[in-house]
Design a protein around this ligand. Sequence first.
Ligand code: F0G
Length: 448
Amino acid sequence: MRTIIEPFRIKMVEPIRMTTKEERQAIIEAAGYNPFLVKAEDVLIDLLTDSGTSAMSQEQWAGLMRGDESYAGSRSFIRFESVTKSLTGLRHVIPTHQGRAAERILFSLVGGKGRIIPSNTHFDTTRANIEFEGARAVDVIAPDGTDPEVLAPFKGNMDLVALEALIRDVGPENVPVCMLTVTNNATGGQPVSMANIRDTKALLRQFDIPLFLDACRFAENAWFIKMREDGYAEKTLEEIAKEMFSHVDGCTMSAKKDALANIGGFLAVNDDELAQRVRALLILTEGFPTYGGLAGRDLEAIAQGLIEILDEDYMRYRVRSVEFLGERLLSLGVPIFQPTGGHAVYVDAGRFLPHIPESRFPGQALVSALYVEGGIRAVEVGSVMFGHNAKAELVRLAIPRRVLTQSHVEYVVEVFESIVRNKDNIPGMRFVHEAKVLRHFTSTFEPV
Ligand code: F0G
């Protein structure tokens, strides 16, 4: 069959409140043209993030009922530990309330002034946690990886030549750990090949530097390996994911993505001594090592989600639905970051709205237009978010897992059709209030 269907049916529904274009115009104006300040209730299709927004399965909900809320050694922790250890093969798995809590603990132990932490591309919370401790976060992405038009299979790959040069330049003793983000959220959700993971580890081994995965979207990455890398077509997603983890010494994980949970995360390490220090710090801010800032029921949801995410029927539908949106936007002449990644389509608003200069925030302008035209909420990933460090003026359309149907996606395409017709009339934006840090969350704007 040609049609790839959602491999689930709907048992419980959450109504969407319909709004008119006039209502949305008033709502976005009142929110200072910043969708983060719009009430979720006033959004028709929420593409703000794929993080923590997944629909849980009947088994996950059943797990919530089974949650063991004992302070220490709960049954739910034992299940969580058994699933995560079997998946990652790592000796110590320590739960945290979300991904950035794992990052905070890791980098406060291995980071600090004078330290350099490379990655293919650090996600913004990772970078912020590294820099907060005084270390330097360096992106070492292969050159193809940031070019929106190159059609390469693994644009998330680490540039190994540049990584080796960096390590020799700063001295291996100053590189306490190297990260690899799979898939690479900061550059279009692009995957990293197994060969690149293996070769990165081989290079680091020479310098005795541990390799950590930022594993938030490990299963989507495994799918791309299965589809695109020689020798993996016949392997199961579970086998591929296990092989990915077999090359690393640890990982940080946000369970809000590929664990299909609404909250949670973990830090996993092989090093016994590091694990002891992680647990000591965990108790200060997250909680006892057998719950780490989570309820027992959350641990159940994560354990179950990590099993379901490796279902190939699910992943085929997941990646195809993102790819479908990308294809349709391209056919409308909307430039996007290519090829589409695992969790989102990134529209190149800078090229789509060439009449709006960077200083007038084309991404923010498109985000506002999407809301007014169709009640769609997306996020600017450009000059508003990154200031002068922005590499492109992108808008991310992140697809929540198992939440939308195909007709929702077709509706998004139709909204773009109408935006394409009127795109020359979309006004640029200027700040009314410019927040000092993390500007995209709270700044307000007006059209110019
Ligand atoms: N690493 C990556 C690659 C991420 O995408 C995120 C979160 C984190 C770490 C932090 O995890 O949110 O659980 O603390 N990304 C979300 C997003 C916020 O919208 O892409 P967290």
